[in-house]
Write a protein that binds this ligand. Structure first.
Ligand code: FDA
Length: 315
């Protein structure tokens, strides 16, 4: 991939020692605020109101991953339930494309616990899906590193029996994903296709930028030609253009797919797509556990690292 520092930054993303050092610095927080909507619910609600007022839809990520005890998993599930009932009241949740969605990392709900992790994550994800159903919101399950993919897709399969609208993320850099797209492109499925943000070995993942982009386009074609609801999660102008060409050739209507981008990235392009009549959903991350998420954003783009280092130098 293009960023030579990507492996080091992604390794740092998993280091508790570096996390402790960086999260204690006030300047870091200033840069983090570009990508994270705030620490608390009030800040989230303010950001959500602004995005909804501009015609964009939302998916909310309460930050946290790889928790180490069950109490944290319970707290995370409870937090999502509270946020859903608070934001659910903002209405407009009965449309075929639902404006409000939450995104869940199963590792924050217990998947990474050494005993019964899958069952614990399933139970917590089930609670969040019930809360989402009660207010007419959607849920999508994030994709984490490749060692979790089978477990995650198994949990999604189980939950979809009861919540057929449940979405999941697939990562185009994984060699298996084209086949997963074929399996999951059936009626009613909602697949968020992204390039992939973790450090993965060449045995399971494409590592060159060109190969990842080619894989993305192959996977997207499978989803667009399928019967589900593709969610094109990318800021890449070439991917967005190709997606629009595939929409035209497969004769999809605007309610049959959507674009998605991360909070704080390509805001003008987000507004342009929404103004052009496409569904555009913003992935809004918030909460105090921003370290891993922030480091992955630095790893994606050398310019973000430069911006970060400049802010540190100006302290
Ligand atoms: P690419 O990295 O090629 O970037 C294209 C252009 O977008 C850049 O030239 C730049 O202009 C802009 N850009 C991209 N990243 C930027 C950044 N960090 N800061 C500023 N500008 C940036 N991954 C994962 O492994 N599991 C998941 O569950 C998810 N979930 C997810 C949801 C949504 C809605 C999105 C948009 C992305 C994810 N991702 C993810 C992250 C994804 O895998 C990927 O790392 C990023 O989206 C960057 O890839 P792009 O497709 O944007 O292209």
């Amino acid at each position: 991939m293009a960023n030579p520092l990507r492996p080091a930054l992604l390794a740092a993303a998993r280091s508790p020692r570096i996390a402790r050092t960086l999260t204690g610095l006030r300047t870091t927080k200033k840069v983090v605020d570009r990508f994270v909507a705030g620490d608390c619910e009030d800040q989230l609600v303010a950001a959500a109101d602004t995005l909804l007022a501009s015609g964009r839809h939302l998916t909310i990520d309460y930050l946290g991953e790889d928790i180490t005890d069950i109490a944290q998993a319970k707290d995370t599930a409870a937090h999502y339930r509270t946020v859903l009932s608070a934001l659910g009241e903002s209405g407009a949740t009965s449309e075929s494309v639902r404006p409000l969605e939450v995104s869940l990392k199963l590792s924050a709900l217990g998947q990474s616990l050494p005993r019964d992790g899958d069952a614990i994550a399933l139970e917590h994800a089930h609670q969040v899906c019930e809360a989402a159903a009660a207010v007419g919101a959607w849920v999508t399950i994030d994709a984490e590193d490749h060692t979790t993919t089978d477990s995650t897709l198994g949990i999604v399969r189980e939950l979809r029996g009861e919540f057929p609208w449940l979405g999941t993320v697939l990562q185009a850099y994984l060699r298996r994903t084209e086949a997963d797209c074929r399996d999951l492109a059936g009626p009613g499925s909602r697949i968020r296709l992204c390039k992939g943000a973790y450090q993965e070995p060449a045995t399971v993942a494409y590592r060159e930028r060109e190969a990842v982009d080619q894989s993305y386009l192959r996977c997207l074609r499978v989803l667009m030609e399928g019967r589900g609801y593709p969610m094109v999660a990318s800021h890449d102008p070439a991917i967005i253009e190709s997606a629009l060409r595939m929409v035209a050739t497969t004769e999809r209507k605007n309610d049959e797919f959507e674009f998605q981008m991360l909070y704080g990235i390509r805001d003008a392009e987000q507004r342009r797509l929404a103004a052009a009549g496409y569904h555009l959903r913003v992935y809004v991350a918030y909460g105090s556990q921003w370290y891993g998420y922030f480091m992955r954003r630095l790893a994606e783009r050398p310019a973000n690292l430069t911006f970060f280092l400049r802010a540190m130098a100006e302290r």
